[in-house]
Design a protein around this ligand. Sequence first.
Ligand code: AP5
Length: 215
Amino acid sequence: MKIILLGAPGAGKGTVAKLLSEYDGSVQISTGDILRAAVKEGNELGKEAKAYMDRGDLVPDSLIMKIMEARLQESDCKRGFIMDGFPRTIPQAEALKELLERLSITLDMVVNLEVPREVILDRLTTRRTCSNPSCQEIYNIKSKPPTPEGTCKKCGSPVIQRDDETEEAILNRLETYNAMTAPLIGFYEKEGLLKSFKSLDSKATVEAIKQSLSA
Ligand code: AP5
């Protein structure tokens, strides 16, 4: 599959992307995961991105497009991809459209995950993430706890709260989403690619996406 996942912070994009990727081997491309791994590594990209991310602001479009142009041309993308957290602004969506045309790639669908705001706030304050940059499994102390010792069930690394999980940064991320990312719903509706899913149960959402793709 070749799809984009849209949705507010905490809507479950990462969770749904991981389940879809297990289903048919399409690769999950999370710009958030790529940036967090760069911050952990302390490379140039990470140094530039960290302050934006910690505040809950978006990283500049030019930086993101450079990452995505290279990423989409890696060989694992030939099996299919699930874009999680990209595009995030109208300029990113326009640049992606041009890039996909240049690479002769056609998107199957743009999935919009709809989740009420109170559910999102609860999920973001209770999320935990594996600290291993090559794993980054997502947990939740209520709905999907890590081990009782606070380690990842997949790789054994400690699970942590992200640096952008302070109340102030969470509220800023939600405002940024409404101002900068929500307009993409209209953009992809016009392109005839958008499908919205009410997403309270990730497994049910994944089944609905699979059905919709094969219809
Ligand atoms: P990013 O990592 O993309 O963060 P986000 O969009 O804010 O999304 P989240 O990862 O917070 O949430 P999610 O929707 O993936 O939900 P999850 O599955 O974890 O980006 C971080 C930062 O990087 C940005 O703020 C920005 O600075 C920068 N950035 C990234 N991409 C960029 C771009 N393209 N342009 C510019 N800047 C960019 O689920 C949340 C929690 O809920 C988890 O605990 C999970 O276990 C739980 N949960 C999920 N589904 C369910 C369910 N059905 N039932 C119960 N619990 C559930």
